[in-house]
Design a protein around this ligand. Structure first.
Ligand code: SF4
Length: 473
């Protein structure tokens, strides 16, 4: 809950909430199914039906689909596949002239990592702001590679579930960004001997990351910055865009490189955090001297072999670790293992609370947020899902390292874009609340590094099937 203040006085508490509203797709996605109808077979069928129904045209032209696929102006001669739900009634009843098949164009909306099903889910979340319910009808696999190989333990036997999503119990999704002392020491006068905590809070454990350099635009950053402000999270934006657009606000995190040292003073607002794109001693000193209140974040790829503890000693309080859009680090490792390694290094040194770990890359579904936090992140950075929410399209394999294989609609209407991003944020937060509720957790901060909540498919299969003939795990 947020305290609301007026004239310096506490006015009460306001429960955090993201406003959602329907924001329908502006561009029609390719239909899920292709419906092919043999004209001759259909004509013969219609003649029979006309005689049978005594020329009841509306009835005849609507058959055999109750979803309206065959109810256009010329019935089944020009079917409307976007209405098809794939129930297969038509092709079961009339296999001789109706064929329904998955639409390859729909499948091309995703790539091998960000699958078309995940694209569909993000699009639904951005359109409605609601949690997609698959429920008992789910027919997909329950395990797989990457994040799908990890399950979360929601055992109710040892802890009661909590109701977060429906609001009867409050579950906090607030996270702190910055550094705190690992322990407190006081001198003889009672004054603390170490620096006081230097943090600020955001109400959701995800921030909006910078856009891939090949897809950046002024219009896009304006939409992202506004949505981030309304969600009360952060938006990482390269300094040149901030200066060119005169962007300002607590949500904006300037991304600066070694060449930006001189321009830091030009920032039109007091930033809460400044992100360095790679380490530069001179740049860090400039940030500390020009904006002493700002958190200094270091953006650095996972697995570069650099010693994060060493940077922490030099005053870095926030690490933004990045993988490519397929969740791969430079050495080919998966983001989950990389998060574990970074988190573990600070835990072993007894200094985990001194830093905040953010991570980006390969986080393309709502469930990836709690999983990444269980692995050890404080909060995640969202990248490609934000663009998919704006109806951007993958145009082949796109991991962010190679040529840009992604297309954004242009122009993107401002209000529509902001609402789509807010809807996505609300849907992902609700799903996080579901996970926390099912685990009996009352605040998301307790999820960080909580590996006791993780189950791994490979391990469980080994325990269950090792030694059984035919098992080759
Ligand atoms: S599969 Fe079902 S929804 Fe699709 S056209 Fe046939 S009857 Fe209609």
């Amino acid at each position: 809950m947020d305290k609301t203040r007026k004239n310096g006085h506490t006015q009460g508490y306001e429960r955090y909430h993201i406003d959602t509203q329907e924001a329908p797709d502006r561009i029609r996605w390719p239909s899920r199914f292709q419906v092919r109808v043999g004209k001759l077979g259909l004509a013969k069928h219609l003649i029979t039906e006309l005689i049978h129904t005594r020329f009841d045209l509306p009835t005849v032209t609507s058959r055999p689909c109750m979803y309206g696929v065959f109810s256009g102006p010329v019935g089944g001669f020009a079917p409307r596949p976007h209405l098809c739900v794939g129930c297969l009634r038509c092709t079961t009843e009339f296999p001789e002239f109706v064929r329904v098949s998955p639409n390859p164009k729909r499948r091309a909306l995703g790539d091998s990592y960000f699958t078309y099903q995940q694209v569909e889910t993000v699009a639904y979340e951005a359109e409605t702001g609601r949690v997609p319910v698959k429920g008992a009808g789910y027919r997909g696999p329950f395990g797989g590679k990457g994040w799908d190989g990890m399950w979360t333990d929601m055992s109710e036997i040892v802890r009661p579930t909590r109701d977060g999503i429906h609001g009867r119990e409050f579950i906090s999704t607030v996270v702190d960004i910055g550094s705190k002392a690992s322990f407190l020491c006081f001198d003889v006068s009672g004054a603390p001997q170490q620096p006081l905590p230097h943090t600020f809070s955001i109400p959701v454990p995800f921030i909006f990351d910078r856009v891939h350099p090949g897809l950046e635009s002024a219009g896009l950053y304006k939409i992202l910055a506004q949505a981030a402000a309304e969600v009360q999270t952060l938006q990482v934006i390269p300094l040149e865009y901030i200066l060119a657009l005169n962007l300002r606000g607590a949500q904006i995190v300037p991304l600066v490189g070694a060449g930006d040292q001189e321009r830091l003073v030009l920032l039109p607002f007091r930033p809460r955090m400044i992100e360095m794109d790679g380490w530069s001693e001179g740049l860090a000193e400039s940030i500390h001297s020009i904006w002493p209140e700002a958190q200094v974040a270091l953006r650095i790829p996972f697995a570069r072999g650099e010693d994060l503890l060493d940077y922490a000693d030099r005053g870095v309080g926030v690490f933004h670790l990045t993988a490519d859009y397929h969740g791969r680090s430079d050495d080919g490792g998966f983001i989950f293992d990389q998060i574990r390694r970074a988190h573990g290094a600070f835990v072993e040194a007894g200094r985990r609370d001194e830093v905040t770990l953010l991570g980006s890359g390969g986080l393309v579904a709502a469930e990836h947020v709690p999983k990444a936090m269980i692995a050890g992140l404080d909060a995640v950075g969202l990248d490609l899902p934000l663009l998919v929410a704006l109806q951007g399209r993958l145009m082949g394999e796109f991991d962010g390292r190679t040529d840009v294989a992604f297309e954004l609609p242009r122009p993107i209407p401002f209000e529509w874009g902001v609402q789509r991003l807010k809807n996505l944020a609300a849907a992902w937060r609700d799903q996080l609340l579901e996970v926390l509720g099912a685990m009996g957790l009352r605040e998301v901060r307790r999820l960080r590094g909580e590996m006791g909540r993780a189950l791994f498919m490979v391990q469980l299969e080994q325990e269950a099937f090792a030694g059984i003939e035919g098992y080759d795990g």
